[in-house]
Design a protein around this ligand. Structure first.
Ligand code: ZN
Length: 78
């Protein structure tokens, strides 16, 4: 997850599984360095935002995004 989600300053608006690893981001731009991201387990991610459960059937190389908390997820392949 990105540092914004990790420190709860922004909600999860984008979930993806590049190479099968869960990645939850706030949807904003990030510096491409390790300081912008934190690795946590999926259980922690669900604790941060229970709505993530709705996209746990996401396949590798799919992504889901939403406009805001409470909005439906939109899925796509990438
Ligand atoms: Zn972020």
């Amino acid at each position: 997850m990105c540092i914004h989600v990790f420190d709860r300053s922004r909600p999860v608006l984008y979930v993806t599984r590049p190479d099968g690893d869960w990645c939850a981001l706030c949807g904003d731009d990030h510096l491409n360095d390790a300081g912008s991201y934190r690795v946590v387990g999926i259980g922690h991610l669900i604790t941060y935002d229970p709505a993530v459960v709705e996209v746990l059937d996401l396949a590798p190389n799919q992504e889901a995004e939403r406009a805001a908390v409470g909005e439906p997820w939109t899925r796509s392949e990438f």
